[in-house]
Structure formats: structure tokens, C-alpha cells
Write a protein that binds this ligand. Structure first.
Ligand code: ZN
Length: 317
């Protein structure tokens, strides 16, 4: 069969994930390179050429590139409005990538392509109305309505992580506001809340003991302690689930999704996290919206971005 391959690229702060994927969403090759701020586009172009040579294929084998990048993206022009960590401001990523690789390219925000990846090959399971929330060091979001990402007027659609969860007196967020969902439901947020909750907690606790012994607190420690029925850990997770369930219910009430997909490192906690979220979600969701929606754990892990990249290359070029 002589079908063309799609190139999926997922640009992160430390690594760039890359893949050749066929039209059916199957991996031909998957690899990653280091993110070197000064030479991102050139490095991607070189990596594509090197991989083609390794596989003994001509450039004509590739249909084009779909790439996810951090920060808000102008989907029409493929420019990045701003990516603070990469030092980009109004950076014409699509133009540079096309010039350097000789291939057509389409660019979207990294959380958005992860959502598209889950829609195509992951927990979306055929659904075209989907909310995807990624709980990692931050909280990312992607909203898909009738198969299309909601970009909004200047690329900030679907920023679920910056929904205000604590209107007054919340913790500071990287975006400049306070009280964002990200300050509560990210890995960093969970560990901050655990440390705060500990100060008020007077009984014995596995979590407390571990913190005293190691001098550190992580979201993984919280979920491990929860697995042993630690009361303090349960309080922390319930607090996080309350805010996630509330925010997701409000987003769901606006877009009436079929699936709500929870991904990112924190989602490895699985049902221990999803069950309390589901409970809170059901409290706050408009009943008819609740009937139509199910909450699931993301299935693609770190592959979601490159698969979503391949999807936009397949459908938008
Ligand atoms: Zn924020």
C-alpha cells in the first residue's frame, strides 16, 4: 500500500516527541529529541530527515506535519502568541517549520492536540463532543465540539485550568491571577494543599509521617496514602475533587459533552481520583447534561500529543 504518512510533533519544555503515523492512526515510528530553545525548528527538520533515511523512504512519503506547542496559538496563521518558557512572542512557527522541512504544517496548542488524540484513538471512543483536562505540573484543557477544537477569538479557548475556583484569597497562578483551578488540581497544587491541610490536622496520619520523614510532599504520596485509607489524604483528594467536579460540571453545562477525559500524570491515580470527581460532578451538573456525559481516564498517555498532531495533519492540510 502506497499511502502517505503523517508527522506528529509534540513540543514540550524538555523534549520534543515525534512520530510517523499512518492514515489509520497507527505508529510507523516514534521517537523524541531534546528541546534546545535556539534550534527547535531546525532540530525537528533534521530529525525528520534522519528518520526517513533510517527507514529508507523519500520525503514524498510524508503528507505533512501536525504540531502541538505550549501557549495560545493563532490557528489560522500557525503563529504562537506567547510561549514564555521558550522565549517566543508572536512567533511564526508554521512558516518556519514549512520553510525548514519543505512540508505543509498545521499548528495547535498542546492541550488541544492531546484532546484530539484522545478523541481519535483514546478514551474518546468515537465521541465528537468531548472535554479533555490534563492534570500535570499545570492543568491543561481542550474542548471539542462536533469534532472541532474550540479555539476562541485569540487562541485561549478551553483553558479549563484558569477557571477561577477560589474567587477571593486563592493561591497565585502562573497566569497572573489567583485562585485558578490549576493552583488546586495540578500536581503542585495538590502537594501545596496537602502541606496546608497537614498543619490543621492533629491526628496521626501516614501522609504526615512520610512528610516529616522525607521533608517533601508530592501528589503521588497523597494518592499512595489514600490507598491505605489515610484520613488526611482523603480530605485532600476530596477537596481537589470538589473543585474539579464543580469546574467540569460548569464547562459541561456550556458544551453538553459526551465524554470528559481526565489525563496527565495525576490521572495515574485512576479510579481513586475519578470516583470522587464523578460524585462532585453529578452534584453540580445540569441533570440532562449529566445523563449524556461520562467521565473516563485518558488512554494514550504521552502519545496523545503526537497522535493528535497526526489527526490535524490528516484533517486540516
Ligand atoms: Zn491561572
Amino acid at each position: 500500500m502506497n499511502e502517505k504518512w503523517l508527522v506528529g510533533v509534540d513540543l514540550g519544555g524538555t523534549t520534543i516527541k515525534m512520530a510517523f503515523i499512518n492514515q489509520y492512526g497507527e505508529f510507523i515510528a516514534k521517537w523524541e529529541i531534546d528541546t534546545i530553545k535556539e534550534s527547535i525548528v531546525t532540530d525537528i527538520a533534521k530529525a525528520i530527515d534522519a528518520k526517513l533515511e533510517e527507514l529508507d523512504q523519500p520525503k514524498e512519503k510524508l503528507a505533512g506535519i501536525g504540531m502541538g506547542a505550549p501557549g495560545p496559538v493563532n490557528f489560522a496563521t500557525g503563529a504562537i502568541y506567547e510561549a514564555v518558557n521558550l522565549g517566543w512572542k508572536n512567533y511564526p512557527l508554521k512558516s518556519h517549520l514549512e520553510l525548514e522541512t519543505g512540508l505543509p504544517a498545521v499548528i495547535d496548542n498542546d492541550a488541544n492536540i492531546a484532546a484530539l488524540g484522545e478523541m481519535w484513538k483514546g478514551a474518546g471512543d468515537g465521541s465528537k463532543d468531548l472535554i479533555c483536562v490534563t492534570l500535570g505540573t499545570g492543568v491543561g484543557g481542550g474542548i471539542i465540539s462536533n469534532g472541532e477544537i474550540i479555539h476562541g477569538v485569540n487562541g485561549a479557548g478551553g483553558e479549563i485550568g484558569h477557571i477561577t475556583s477560589v474567587p477571593e484569597g486563592g493561591a497565585s497562578c502562573n497566569c497572573g491571577k489567583t485562585g485558578c483551578l490549576e493552583t488546586i488540581a495540578s500536581a503542585t497544587g495538590i502537594s501545596r494543599i496537602a502541606v496546608e491541610a497537614m498543619k490543621e490536622y492533629e491526628k496521626d496520619s501516614i501522609l504526615k509521617t512520610q512528610y516529616e520523614q522525607t521533608g517533601q510532599m508530592t501528589s503521588k504520596m497523597v494518592f499512595d496514602a489514600l490507598a491505605e485509607n489515610d484520613e488526611l489524604a482523603k480530605q485532600v483528594v476530596d477537596h481537589v475533587a470538589f473543585h474539579l467536579g464543580l469546574a467540569l460540571a460548569n464547562v459541561a453545562n456550556s458544551v453538553n459533552p459526551e465524554k470528559i477525559v481526565v489525563g496527565g500524570g495525576v490521572s495515574k491515580a485512576g479510579e481513586k481520583l475519578i470516583n470522587p470527581i464523578r460524585e462532585q460532578f453529578n452534584r453540580f451538573v445540569f441533570p440532562r447534561v449529566g445523563e449524556g456525559a461520562s467521565i473516563a481516564i485518558a488512554q494514550l498517555g504521552n502519545d496523545a500529543g503526537v497522535i493528535g498532531g497526526a489527526w490535524i495533519a490528516k484533517t486540516k492540510l
